[in-house]
Design a protein around this ligand. Sequence first.
Ligand code: UDX
Length: 441
Amino acid sequence: MRVCVVGAGYVGLATGVMFGKLGHEVVCADIDESRVKTVNSGKLPFHEPPLETELSKLVKKGMLRATSDQLDAVREAKFVFICVQTPSLPSGRIDIGPVKVASRTIAKGLARSEDFKVIVMKSTVVPSTTDSIVKPILEKGSRKKAGEGFGLCMNPEFLQEGSALKDSMEPSRIVIGSEDGRSGRMLEALYRPIKAPKIRTDLRSAEMIKYAANVFLATKISFANEIANMCVRFGIDSEPVLKAAGLDPRIGSLFLKPGLGFGGSCLPKDVKALRDRARAEKYDSKLLASLLKINDHQPLEGIRLLEEEIGDLAGKRVAVLGLAFKGGVDDIRETRALPLIVELLAKRARVVTFDPMAMDNFIRLMPSVEYAESASDALKGADGCIVQADWPEFKRLGKKEFSRMRHPVVVDGRRCLEPAKVRASGATYLAIGYGLARKNK
Ligand code: UDX
């Protein structure tokens, strides 16, 4: 089967590689020529090693290629997946401009084809987008009716960066929303080799399932953050508290790690977009508003811990380790490093940063702070350190590195270090949900 993926980003390339691995011929269409070149050389435009290995194999075998000729790619395909970005506008509303542009091109491709193609919306869009915006564009441009001249499905993606390939090949569920039975059945058949529960639903429910999932994850993280913030004020370590709470199967231990807040390309954007969509229906969600408030506050918790230990930060050298929105990726979208550093600078701290992968991306956002060659160099002469992303290599930091600090005070903003190892190096260990000042009160 020929599969076309429009948009060669995280979701598009993971989807393309997955269908390539299932034996389909895949064309990834993108308007960005440099992205097209990168993919055709067997490389990814972002850091995701297992996905890149498989992509490179498929490109070599001629099973996957990229093109900027979207029209041609659509005409040749049986299934067309819309995987373009839906970023946030300053108001929080999602920008469906890229979805509209892709839909218009696809409509032209449909107009010039004879066969029944299935168009699949995979980009995250708020409920009613597929049936009230995408469908009319496709129908008008192709002069065909959805369900008769072409098929239309909504098939949300749940992958996490860092495990994109595994999450695509072994998903927890596959959601297929459709208006007509034929399109849904065709898409379900395409996914047949993937062993996962397949949920068939209508277009709007499929759109909403994605938001329900991501908002729940954001809620769980924010709940952990709230409990941790209270624990630290009560002189309690939040780790055993959340661990024991999570053992209740109704709660569950995953996504219960407190930190400096949730970042990335999905969670913050989706919370804002759903809130905006609900407002359009005159529903002001108090939960969604609270999630955003808690998340905005969270970087300040890390700074507060540092201040409790070393006092006023003016003139102090603070090392921020980890600029990516989480460890293991080079993605800085909505990274909590940005509000963290902005606040440190507002307090007139001298900030030095390091990230194993994301520095080139972050430098474009913030050219003025100091960038170190290594975590160890960032720590040299520092009065304090805040770990912002859970890179595995930060776990290896010990006496050799922490002893380079002028005042070895470490705030573990992601609960990713080994406290005993940090303390054994002579440093003071503090963390979100774990403080010292009130410990023996
Ligand atoms: C997320 C969803 O997990 C995924 O299902 C969806 O398809 C896309 O959005 P991703 O953006 O890769 O995936 O990030 P994720 O691993 O979920 O982490 C999001 C943020 O939450 C990160 O900043 C992370 O550090 C933070 N986080 C995560 C916590 O603070 N605590 C946790 O327990 C888990």
